[in-house]
Design a protein around this ligand. Structure first.
Ligand SMILES: Nc1ncnc2c1ncn2[C@@H]1O[C@H](COP(=O)(O)OP(=O)(O)OP(=O)(O)O)[C@@H](O)[C@H]1O
Ligand SMILES: [Mg+2]
Ligand SMILES: [Zn+2]
Length: 152
C-alpha cells in the first residue's frame, strides 16, 4: 500500500476518491459532533490520485453511514467510493449513487415552501438533471444546484 498516509483502522468506513478539497464538506455531512466516543476520524486532503489527479480521503472508526448521509455525500462528492472495513480488511466497497429522490438532506431555498414551515414535513427533491445535478423541490418546484449552501 503506497497510500498509507493515515493509520489503518480495525473497523469503520473509508470514504475515498473525494474530489479535491471537499473532505470538509463530507465531515459536515457525517456530523462530527454526533459521533460516538470510539469514532476517531482521519482526514487526508490533497492526496495524489491516479484517477482524479488530487483527492481527499476520510476514514471514520467504528461507524457505518446511514443511507441519508450516503445520499448527501453523493450530491457533494459524486466520485467518492465508500468502503466498509471490518477487522482491517475491506469487506464492502461501493461507489456512491444518486437516487432519483433526495429526502431530508437539503433545505428548500424558497422560504415560503411548505417544507420550511414549522410543521414536521421532510424536504423532498427530485433529481431532474444529472450532468450537472439539478434538484427540484417536490413541493414548490424550486430548483437547487448549490447543495453546499442548502444542506439541512
Ligand atoms: N484497514 C484499513 N484501514 C484504513 N483504510 C483502509 C484499510 N484497508 C483499506 N483501506 C482503504 O480503503 C479503500 C479501499 O481499499 P482497497 O484496498 O479496495 O483500495 P484500492 O486497491 O486503492 O482500490 P481503489 O482505490 O480502486 O478503490 C482505500 O482507500 C484504502 O486505502
Ligand atoms: Mg486506491
Ligand atoms: Zn420547496
Amino acid at each position: 500500500m503506497r497510500e498509507l498516509k493515515i493509520t489503518p483502522i480495525k473497523n469503520g468506513t473509508v470514504i475515498d476518491h473525494i474530489g479535491n478539497g471537499l473532505a470538509l464538506e463530507v465531515l459536515r455531512i457525517i456530523g462530527v459532533r454526533e459521533l460516538d466516543k470510539d469514532s476517531s476520524v482521519s482526514v487526508a486532503i490533497h492526496v495524489r490520485s491516479g484517477k482524479l489527479g488530487w483527492k481527499d480521503i476520510v476514514k471514520v472508526e467504528s461507524m457505518e453511514l446511514s443511507p441519508r448521509k450516503v445520499n448527501a455525500i453523493a450530491l457533494i462528492a459524486p466520485t467518492a467510493t465508500i468502503s466498509i472495513i471490518r477487522d482491517y480488511k475491506v469487506r464492502e466497497k461501493r461507489v456512491v449513487d444518486l437516487p432519483s429522490r433526495i429526502v431530508g438532506v437539503l433545505r428548500c431555498p424558497n422560504p415560503t415552501c411548505i417544507s420550511n414551515q414549522p410543521e414536521p414535513i421532510e424536504s423532498e427533491f427530485e433529481v431532474t438533471d444529472r450532468r450537472p445535478v439539478v434538484l427540484t423541490c417536490a413541493f414548490c418546484e424550486r430548483r437547487v444546484d448549490d447543495f453546499l449552501r442548502h444542506l439541512a
